[in-house]
Design a protein around this ligand. Structure first.
Ligand SMILES: Nc1ncnc2c1ncn2[C@@H]1O[C@H](COP(=O)(O)OP(=O)(O)OP(=O)(O)O)[C@@H](O)[C@H]1O
Length: 488
């Protein structure tokens, strides 16, 4: 498509028009301008400009401008109704114009006085933004209707039916909004929450649903039972109710013991924080094992030996001829091994055929000092010990796929029956698969909240590339970390 080209005469006219509008803006009055132009009519251009200003289109444009500029566009509120007794000095008359958005406030009936009280104002909601209604205010009338004898549900119905401006007559409460001074708190959710399924929540509509792993910004902890929170990054400014940490502990742990590990929120981060390169990994390691943790670790090491490192374990078993100290193992005496256990020098250790095997914290530090990402597999109970600012672990849980997929993918795979009996590999049995699945399920339910990433090792190549891209994201992006890590 071509754009139509302007003729030289049209260009001239446009330029003149521009010039004239500029002139008009500067002096404001078209008539004055015309008058002045008439006086100096000797110049041909000025004559042309004066003619253009006489043009009915330009005149009407200017007239429209004047009309628009004189109008007021503020919303017009109707006058206050006469029934309001504004003489009562302690009473506040609040007028809000209602749109489709909910008011963002909840009410309750005071058990002792029977008064209708504003229970809470949802942060960022319409009522909060108006700055006129506060929690603790006593509602006396809504649109001239006294609410003393009404149930909260009836008042909500009146509100829902109201259109346009709503008038509230309230007695301001004395309570100071202490939460405004609260620091910013972010939490990571460790369970899914749907307020619609929670019978304890005082107002389901005001609840905020979230998923396990969601980052929640806590907007108010004023109420010990129901906090107000926003989902991080959510454009909606209105906060929603979530069960407070104390409430979860008190109510759910009491009678829902089996959900304990899920029903817990822990503080995740004050601010987004770059992970240190000294991250290391936890891989899934069930009893008879075989989920593929070694395989994935080996692939990572080969992919970039300068970047990744592994720890060399300690053992108290005698060195074999072909072995060298510090290569396969650090060989130490049983006595020294026991002393090191006593001094908490091991991340974890175990005994096999009368000999100790273990990974020491110092060997882990050794890899990190070389500025390498340390790949480590530990049993889940060791995560707590390592989840510190010093190590900043990125915990990956390698999970087996469904039984059918295990049978298919591990058809030709061999399981090594013990750590030290190299070569005694045998095909997987149904029991191995079952044990792998059972252990995985148990670990996930018990330690799931400590896993940063879960990788299902179905197809090996897919699992490996998933792991690689997760690592890349960790090392290059920003992530939520526990507050305590940011102080180091
Ligand atoms: N996705 C997969 N598909 C097919 N075979 C696999 C897959 N992942 C691992 N394997 C194979 O399964 C066997 C066991 O894997 P690996 O030794 O990595 O398990 P592991 O979890 O490290 O066990 P262990 O803790 O006993 O060392 C190996 O023969 C490996 O090649």
């Amino acid at each position: 498509m071509f754009e139509p080209e302007l003729k030289p005469q049209q260009v001239k006219e446009i330029n003149l028009l521009r010039c004239c509008l500029l002139y008009y803006i500067m002096y404001g009055y078209c008539l004055k301008l015309s008058e002045q132009l008439e006086i100096k009519s000797a110049n041909g251009d000025i004559k042309e400009l004066a003619k253009l200003l006489e043009n009915p289109h330009v005149k009407s444009l200017l007239s429209v401008h004047d009309t628009v500029a004189q109008k007021r566009y503020d919303p017009e509120l109707p006058p206050l109704p006469e029934y309001l007794n504004i003489e009562q000095s302690s009473v506040k008359i609040i007028r809000l114009v209602k749109n489709k958005e909910p008011l963002g406030a909840t009410i309750r009936r005071d058990d002792e006085t029977g008064a209708i009280i504003v229970a809470r104002i949802m942060r960022g909601g319409a009522a909060d933004r108006s700055g006129l209604i506060h929690s603790g205010d006593e509602v006396k009338e809504v649109n001239g209707i006294p609410v003393d004898d009404k149930k909260p549900e009836d008042i909500i119905r009146i509100l829902a039916q109201s259109q346009g401006a709503i008038t509230f007559k309230v007695v301001p409460g004395l309570k100071e909004d202490a939460s405004l001074r609260e620091p910013k708190v972010f939490l990571r959710a460790l369970f899914d929450y749907d307020p619609r399924n929670d019978s304890a929540i005082p107002c389901k509509e005001a609840g905020l649903g979230f998923k396990k792993g969601s980052i929640l910004q806590i907007m108010s902890q004023e109420d010990a039972t129901w906090w107000q929170a926003k989902l991080d990054g959510d454009a909606n400014p209105r906060a929603g109710l979530i069960p407070s940490k104390q409430f979860q502990e008190r109510h759910w742990v009491g009678f829902l013991l089996s959900f304990r590990s899920h029903r817990d929120i822990f503080s995740a981060g004050f601010a987004e924080h770059l992970w240190d390169v000294s991250v290391f990994f936890f891989f899934f390691c069930p009893g008879p094992s075989g989920v593929g943790m070694n395989e994935l670790k080996r692939k990572l090491l080969i992919s970039d030996p300068q970047h990744f490192g592994v720890t060399i374990p300690h053992t108290s078993r005698p060195k074999k001829n072909q072995e060298s100290d510090g290569v396969e193992y650090h060989f130490i005496s049983k006595h020294l091994f026991e002393a090191d256990i006593h001094n908490n020098k091991f991340v974890e250790y175990g005994e096999y055929k009368g000999n100790y095997y273990g990974t020491s914290l110092d060997t882990l530090r050794g890899v990190l000092t070389k500025k390498k990402v340390c790949l480590l597999d530990v049993q889940p109970h060791a995560i707590k010990l390592l989840r510190t600012a010093e190590f900043k672990p990125f915990v990956v849980f390698v999970k087996p796929p469904k039984l059918e997929r295990l049978r298919e993918t591990r058809k030709n795979a061999k399981i090594i029956s013990s750590k030290d009996d190299k070569g005694s590999a045998r095909p997987f049995t149904e029991e191995d698969f079952q044990e792998m699945l059972n252990t995985a399920e148990m670990m996930e339910s018990q330690y799931g909240h400590l896993f940063e990433k879960v990788i299902v090792n179905d197809d090996l190549t897919t699992a490996f590339s998933e792991l690689q891209s997760a690592l890349k994201r960790v090392e290059t992006g920003t992530h939520w970390v526990p507050v305590s890590w940011t102080h180091s």
